[in-house]
Design a protein around this ligand. Sequence first.
Ligand code: URA
Length: 246
Amino acid sequence: MAETTFHSLIENLENYLEYQRDEGIQRLEVDRAVLAGLTQVSAVESVVVAAVPVPNHFQSVEEVAVQVSTCHNCPLGMSRTNTVPGEGNTNAPDILFVGEGPSAAEDAQGRPFVGETGRLLTKMIEAMGYRREDVFITHIVRCRLPNNRVPRPEEMEACLPYLRQQIRLIQPKIIVGFGASVIKGLLGKTAGITRLRGTWQAYEGIKLMPTFHPSYLIQDPSKKKEVWLDLQRVLKELGKELPTKK
Ligand code: URA
């Protein structure tokens, strides 16, 4: 069986089980043949996860993107259409925005934040007085997250070296981390985003502002106020005036 077909079967099974669990089903009968197949799956997945180590001395952000484009260090690599390495100003931008991971629109285009959530992020960036190309935009994982679920610890573990390398090369003045997974990945902090948002943190000496993820703002627009306060804190730290509304 081809790897992708095999993987999409597993993914469908996973989605089906998650759906059953959400419906309150706690037990399923599984026959021996299926169980044997699942044992084979974990063998295949562990081979995938034990993949090629990420070099830790890339010379440029372009080099990171090339390495990402062939990465299969976690199972997300098998279900993606395109990798989404990130884009924008790589020369000490004022701000690096880090999201959770690409969804369908980003997977189709290979570019970060280009769907509905991306349109909201673009508005936020413009409200701060920047253009998208003035800042750098990336994610904690670079391959599509099925059903827009949060990244799993092993997926973040596999992908984090790319983000760390990008930060080292880009040297942003401030990092804005969207959502709990980004904060957990970069800082190892497990406190909820509701507790951490609006409080200055630091990643390797670079100030980091945690805030709600733009996709959460689409579900609950009442949270936009808090995010705007956090972005104003970022502007103040950068010594920037709030732009006057056009
Ligand atoms: N969510 C993200 O984290 N990034 C995107 O690009 C879209 C949705």
